[in-house]
Write a protein that binds this ligand. Structure first.
Ligand code: GLN
Length: 288
């Protein structure tokens, strides 16, 4: 009997240590998680592994890298028609990141692109936004951006047969569709100052609108325009590549610097172990 009691006491101690490790890792926000997990002895070992893998950053859901995006930006992110699951370059990136960090990946439903940074800034919903998101000074004031993981530029797109040029479009009678809150929108506002910029929810609506004649042109990220014209919008054309020299990064809350560090570490590993090349070849046919 005495022996049993001391074994139980020892077991409680082990759980208490797990709780302390988890509490220490997660800071104050994960105190309740630590208590919950410590009280479930069956998962104590799993929780301990997770705690070891997660360093000292906070996660919205224990053991999971919870991601948000606007899922209308192929090939970076879109919804697979058949499975209803998110697919794309950024989805593969998120899975590889999670794997390198010893976490599972958890994708939340699509949301408007211009709501992603505010959501990350507010906290509590998702750990990262991975959304073909250009690293900009304005965004870096609101959230942390990871190290860059791919280069990008803008492009001007019209319907095949259209005679519009950059010059002809710079006129109040011309409608140029953009995705609200993007660097493409910013570019149009700064460079086609006379044109009527039409901000839309997503770039698929912009492409469909140019196709049907609602808009004279659109400006979007070059890799997205190229991919979409090749795969779904054969009647659109790239009139001009616009060398903006953008780089995509992952948005993380400024309250979670340890997560930014862990993401950057995982990105560095993925750069050297061939994972990044593999994802680029899968979605673009070659290393970019
Ligand atoms: N790269 C652009 C930006 O960051 C567009 C991103 C997007 O539409 N998903 O603004």
């Amino acid at each position: 009997m005495k022996k049993k009691v001391s074994f139980a006491a020892l077991f409680v101690c082990v759980l208490a240590v797990c709780a302390l490790v988890l509490a220490g890792c997660g800071g104050s926000s994960s105190d309740s998680t630590a208590t919950d997990s410590a009280s479930t002895d069956a998962t104590a070992t799993d929780q301990e592994t997770t705690a070891a893998a997660t360093g000292d950053y906070k996660l919205v859901e224990d053991g999971k890298l919870t991601c948000i995006s606007n899922l209308y930006f192929p090939p970076f992110e879109s919804m697979d028609d058949k499975s209803g699951e998110p697919v794309g370059y950024d989805i593969d990136m998120s899975k590889a990141l999670a794997e390198h960090m010893g976490l599972e990946v958890n994708w939340l439903p699509s949301q408007a692109f211009d709501s992603l940074v505010p959501t990350i800034k507010t906290g509590g919903t998702a750990d990262i936004a991975i959304a073909g998101m250009t690293i900009t000074d304005a965004r870096q004031k609101e959230v942390d951006m990871s190290d860059p993981y791919i280069d990008s530029n803008q492009s001007l797109v019209t319907k095949v047969g259209s005679k519009e040029t950059m010059e002809s479009l710079d006129d109040a009678s011309k409608k140029v569709a953009v995705q609200a809150g993007t660097t493409g929108e910013e570019w149009v506002l700064e460079n086609l100052t006379n044109a009527t910029a039409v901000p839309l929810d997503d770039i698929i609506s912009a492409m469909t609108g140019v196709q049907t004649g609602s808009y004279d042109a659109l400006v979007t990220d070059l890799p997205v325009a190229s991919y979409q014209i090749k795969n779904s919008f054969a009647d659109l054309q790239i009139v001009e590549s616009i060398p903006t020299g953008e780089q995509y990064g992952i948005a993380i809350s400024k309250d979670n610097p340890a997560l930014t560090a862990a993401i950057n570490e995982a990105l560095a590993e993925m750069r050297t172990d061939g994972t990044m090349d593999e994802i680029q070849v899968k979605w673009f046919g070659s290393k970019l």
